[in-house]
Design a protein around this ligand. Structure first.
Ligand code: PRP
Length: 216
């Protein structure tokens, strides 16, 4: 199972500005919010159904449409870089429940065989139900070590949800393959599949360290 690339022109435009080293902190954070909103709209368009509803305009009764399942959305924020990204997703899914997981790569330990040791400090998740669309958001999927550790926690003691999206802005091929192999039920969504990981585990060309660029 391969990843689905979100190709909306505005997503590509916004990601390009995030990649640009000249984009400073405020612009970077706003860009992530915007990208989250666009990705949210794309998820709705690509995988959520609508139902017909009768509505009354000021003039007469007509048929309208309503997106189904918007009350059954869970967004998981992988701290810290996902915070602005999730803020944007919430504009598309205003009634979503939210989970928070603090997961970080131990970069001092270094990358070994394409993986980083992951420390998880804090996990707070809402109940996940069979009818839910779960979106685990992290702007960067590098080795996939963080995402695999996060998905393990999200899925333990939970039924398999209707949809499980792993959403990132930039991904490395290795990380996508790894997450796809370990969690075949996950639907991988990304705005870009970049060329490679460098020897320090950074995505190249990438956008640098999203957490630092948004918060420091
Ligand atoms: C970055 C990024 C992802 C992770 C991806 O987080 O936001 O969470 O690395 O790398 P991986 O796929 O190789 O695991 P980092 O650990 O730097 O924490 P931060 O979000 O607090 O900056």
């Amino acid at each position: 199972d391969t990843a689905h690339v979100i190709t909306h022109a505005l997503a590509r435009d916004t990601l390009s500005r995030l990649r640009d080293v000249e984009t400073e902190q405020v612009g970077f954070r706003k860009g992530l919010v915007k990208l989250g909103r666009i990705c949210g709209y794309e998820i709705i368009d690509g995988s959520m159904e609508t139902e017909y509803v009768e509505i009354q305009t000021p003039l007469e009764t007509t048929m309208g449409e309503r997106v189904k399942g918007l009350d059954d959305v869970v967004i998981v924020n992988v701290l810290r870089a996902a915070t602005p990204f999730v803020e944007g997703l919430l504009k598309a899914f205003p009634r979503a429940k939210q989970g928070v997981i603090s997961a970080g790569r131990d970069e001092e330990a270094g990358m070994a065989e394409g993986e980083f040791p992951i420390t998880i400090d804090y996990v707070k998740l809402p109940e996940i139900r069979e009818q839910d669309t779960v979106i685990v958001a992290d702007p960067m999927l590098a080795t996939g070590s963080t995402m695999c550790a996060v998905l393990e926690r999200v899925l333990e003691n939970a039924p398999e949800p209707e949809h499980l999206f792993v959403l990132s802005a930039v991904s490395a091929p290795d990380g996508l393959i790894r997450v796809g192999e370990q969690f075949p039920e996950a639907e991988l969504l990304t705005v870009s599949i970049d060329d490679r990981l460098d020897e320090n585990g950074y995505i190249v060309p990438g956008l640098g360290d999203a957490g630092d660029r948004a918060f420091r």
